[in-house]
Design a protein around this ligand. Structure first.
Ligand code: SF4
Length: 369
């Protein structure tokens, strides 16, 4: 192995990792530039196994997008429809939203993940009532809802501070925030692909506030479009810096750009090799974030399985009803049963572990899986 790492010019990075010395921006860019993908993967796998051995986490969850009406115009987004009434635009009533959970009364779900477009007309209590309703239906369910971008939007719309919005939502039952909306933190890229939603500093600050209020959150990175290797590493380092302050991020989640049905459709999607490398470098750079997730909906199932040897230790979950990626051309299934997820983890040579949102092991006989 040392010979291979020496040939790949990665021996000094390997030694740093062994000594617990943090990797720098330059190290991260070298990992992206290194032609020997398997050597980079081997380093990431070593770090992954130090933390988790063969264990690979997944969650019995459901994902909901209550509205795709959105005032923003992110170039990579195939999900949003600008105005209510536009072809394809939808907004669920609260009864429709709650029905998604009611209809799964026989599923031992542990989490609901909700993200939405930035709807200009819904009242604030649409969001608080949504949360309260979920908890009425199933008090033990974990509510991981609303990206930092949504929190910023609600704060501006209702003339509140970001903290006030978070506190009101927590009082209504919010348990944690998903990591969506991070895209790429580098201002050059953000200005081009997501110019009219909250900026990187505010995104990170909302997560910082959420952590201060006792919530856990995730952080994502949209890769494979116009960003450079340096901008990817910069993104990882900005997340790492917040994690040094708060310790509140549970997982770093690379999200593959999908080019169908959006304004960036001339770009090719990221290759499997690029996806594996991004997961590997994420594991190596974000040394203080416990988990790296391969979101199988975005990567494709086979690449997600392979990513379990390139730094990833989490496959998200059963998901059910995903729309954002499927409207952008994802050909993955919209859901998997827990048995299917466990089988694909085992077939990748890893050990499946069902977790709750906080990575506590869930043990139960599944009534329906
Ligand atoms: S990515 Fe989110 S904020 Fe941007 S247009 Fe799509 S739904 Fe709206």
């Amino acid at each position: 192995m040392r010979t291979r790492l020496a040939t790949a010019n990665l021996l000094d990075i390997s030694d740093k990792l062994d000594a617990g010395v943090r990797l720098s921006l330059e190290d991260g860019v070298r990992l992206f530039d290194c032609p020997d993908l398997l050597a980079v993967g081997a380093l990431a796998n070593r770090e992954r196994e130090k933390r988790h051995g063969a264990r690979t986490f997944y969650n019995f969850n459901i994902r909901l997008e209550a509205t795709n009406v959105c005032v923003a115009s992110c170039l990579f987004c195939a999900f949003a429809r600008l105005k209510p009434g536009d072809p394809g635009a939808y907004t669920m009533s609260l009864e429709e939203v709650w029905d998604k959970l009611r209809r799964r009364a026989n599923q031992p779900l542990t989490e609901i993940h909700v993200v939405n477009g930035l709807h200009p007309d819904l009242p604030f209590d649409y969001y608080t009532e949504m949360l309260r309703g979920f908890k009425r239906i199933r008090p033990s369910i974990h509510l991981k809802c609303f990206t930092a971008v949504e929190i910023a939007f609600l704060a501006d719309l209702f003339t509140m501070t970001d903290e006030q919005v978070l506190r009101e939502l927590m009082a209504a039952g919010l348990d944690s925030l998903p990591g969506g909306g991070a895209e790429i933190f580098a201002e050059r890229v953000r200005k081009k692909i997501a110019h009219d939603k909250c900026g990187s500093d505010r995104y990170l600050d909302i997560h910082r506030i959420a952590h201060g209020l006792g919530m856990r959150t995730n952080v994502t990175m949209l890769y494979g479009h116009i960003e450079t290797a340096e901008e990817r590493v910069d993104h990882m380092l900005r997340a790492r810096a917040v994690q040094d302050e708060t310790g509140g991020f549970q997982a770093f989640i690379p999200l593959a750009f999908h080019p169908d049905n959006n304004q960036m459709r001339k770009l090719p999607p990221p290759s499997a090799a690029e996806t594996l490398r991004v997961h590997a470098v994420s594991r190596l750079m974000c040394d203080n974030v416990a988990h790296v997730k391969a979101f199988w909906i975005a990567t494709g199932v086979e690449v997600a399985q392979t990513a379990l040897w390139f730094g990833a230790d989490d496959l998200d979950g059963t998901v059910q009803e995903e729309k954002i990626y499927h409207m952008a051309g994802a050909s993955t299934p919209e859901s998997m049963t827990t048995r299917e997820i466990e089988r694909l983890i085992r077939r990748a040579g890893r050990e499946p572990v069902e977790r709750d949102t906080f990575y506590n092991v869930v043990e139960h006989a599944h009534a329906v899986s």
